[in-house]
Design a protein around this ligand. Structure first.
Ligand code: FAD
Length: 116
């Protein structure tokens, strides 16, 4: 089915959103200012308020409370987000992702050169 130009379903929206969130996390500053750290915590809270899949957003808000975001560096945020995505993967029955590979997947490309 060609769904180009159609509204987003939950899965398509999820794929696009994870793409954005992971790409943002690996490009977050290595040494963020206190203000940048506060802004990222606020961003994630507001994201959880407005993410347009109500049950997903509700669970994400609960997850933020139980697992507060780590915003002290790019590596900390990338790892935290990878683990948050894995908690969703577990919930929806998808395989867990190896978080040691998050930079290859979302920033540097795979070591075999397949993204070059
Ligand atoms: P996705 O899970 O969308 O992942 C996209 C790509 O990211 C994968 O192909 C893989 O290369 C990479 N990846 C996978 N896991 C990780 C990881 N841990 N770290 C880094 N990269 C990774 N769907 C529901 O049915 N119920 C929900 O409650 C729900 N909550 C969601 C909450 C949020 C905040 C978001 C953004 C999405 C949510 N979704 C939910 C959608 C769901 O997570 C998937 O996006 C959707 O099912 C499509 O899955 P996918 O198999 O295409 O891969």
């Amino acid at each position: 089915r060609d769904l180009k130009g159609c509204p987003q379903d939950k899965d398509e929206l999820g794929r696009s959103t994870w793409k954005f969130l992971h790409t943002m996390s690996v490009n977050y500053p290595e040494k963020p200012s206190i203000q940048e750290q506060k802004d990222m915590v606020n961003f994630l809270g507001l994201f959880g308020k407005f993410y347009p899949c109500a049950p997903c957003a509700e669970d994400f808000r609960k997850d933020l409370e139980q697992n507060p975001p780590k915003v002290e560096s790019d590596m900390a945020l990338s790892r935290w987000l990878c683990q948050a995505h894995n908690r969703v993967n577990i919930k929806v029955g998808k395989p867990e992702f190896d978080c040691s590979k998050v930079l290859e997947r979302w920033r540097d490309g795979w070591k075999d050169g397949s993204c070059d």
